[in-house]
Design a protein around this ligand. Structure first.
Ligand SMILES: [Zn+2]
Length: 343
């Protein structure tokens, strides 16, 4: 029988028992190794092994575990103070931007319908991009113009005030725009806006009715916006267009923790005291109030703070379900009062 088996299967008849012996030996060695290598640090014990669980539990108890992967309790956001320091107004790290464009601009986007009532004035505008800024920096002319149009037509924007309306014109006709909204290189921005405070900013200048959007800010954003580049770009448009439609003055943070007014210099800081120290002649009091970033002139009402859940009491079996209590009316947003028009 065995001889016939060996004849039929050749060398495999001997190989199979040898392989079985080797496999068993390896398995035994692995088991012994798993139990005994943890102490000398040659190999970390698997996280699910009883030894690791015990060590982790001890570390959670006193926060002084020896394993570097256990850290005790995490930070408590309720006691965290946001960092307001000298870096606040600096350019965050990010994508490339151009130091100096040609100073010539080409039109971007398309003419469109009027939005907003414009009982006082309908501002016509063009969207323009400085020559020499690669489209890869800002996503192309269409993307830039679309965000300008979307921001100015947003119900949270300036048109919530019926006095204001806007209309994108193509700029090739004889009609002169009231505003030229221009994506501008850093060097040309300094020429148009000045560069006294040494931080990258944007501006509105009555010379040519230019809303000058600093490309470095468009690409990189601003530290107070915590990386929310979409909100920052909307803020940039709303703030500078705010200057252009007559709000010459800046506006301080109204209360600690409130949404920042769109005419606050949120690019540099959300802190009244920081901005006060930066430019004492500005409107900001040295009162320590720090706002939350906000891109809109008329932001949507904020949801009320959640109330602690009531203890669940099971209803009596034969009572009808309680009628739904309508929610309390929303509080009007603080920023709904329009800022004083500029003199
Ligand atoms: Zn400003």
């Amino acid at each position: 029988m065995l001889v016939r088996f060996a004849r039929n299967y050749g060398w495999r008849a001997y190989a199979i028992p040898v392989l079985v012996v080797i496999t068993v030996w390896v398995l035994v060695d692995v088991c012994r190794g798993g139990l005994f290598t943890g102490d000398d640090g040659a190999a970390p014990a698997p996280a699910t092994s009883p030894a690791a669980v015990a060590t982790t539990a001890a570390a959670d108890g006193d926060g002084r575990g020896e394993q570097t992967t256990t850290r005790g309790r995490g930070p408590d956001p309720a006691t965290h103070t946001p960092a307001i320091d000298d870096e606040s107004g600096q350019l965050p790290p990010g994508g490339p931007f151009v130091k100096q464009g040609t100073g010539l601009y080409h039109l971007a986007g398309r003419a469109g319908e009027q939005f907003g009532q414009g009982t006082e004035k309908v501002f016509t505008y063009t969207v323009e991009v400085e020559e020499g800024i690669p489209a890869s920096h800002y996503g192309g002319d269409g993307a830039f113009a679309a965000l300008v149009d979307a921001t100015l037509s947003d119900p949270r924007g300036w048109t919530q005030d019926p006095r204001f309306g806007f209309r994108h014109i193509d700029g090739t006709s004889t009609e002169q725009p009231d505003l030229r909204i221009q994506l501008t290189s850093v060097g040309s921005t300094h020429d148009a806006c000045g560069h006294d405070i040494g931080m990258e900013t944007s501006c509105f200048t009555t010379i040519g009715n230019r809303v000058v959007i600093n490309e470095s800010r468009w690409v990189r954003g601003a530290i107070p916006f915590n990386g929310d580049i979409g909100s920052y770009r909307r803020y940039l448009i709303n703030h500078e267009v705010g200057h252009a439609i007559g709000y010459a003055a800046h506006e301080p943070c109204g209360a600690d923790g409130a949404l920042a007014p769109v005419m606050m210099q949120q690019t540099l800081s959300l802190s009244n005291s920081f901005l006060h120290n930066l430019e004492p002649s500005e409107v900001y009091p040295d009162d320590g109030a720090v706002c939350r970033y906000n891109p809109w002139p008329f932001p949507a009402p904020q949801p009320p703070a959640p109330e602690p859940p009531a203890a669940e009491v099971p209803p009596a079996p034969d009572q009808p379900p309680a009628a739904e209590v309508p929610p309390a009316p929303d509080q009007p947003p603080a920023a709904e009062v329009p800022p004083e028009p500029a003199p």
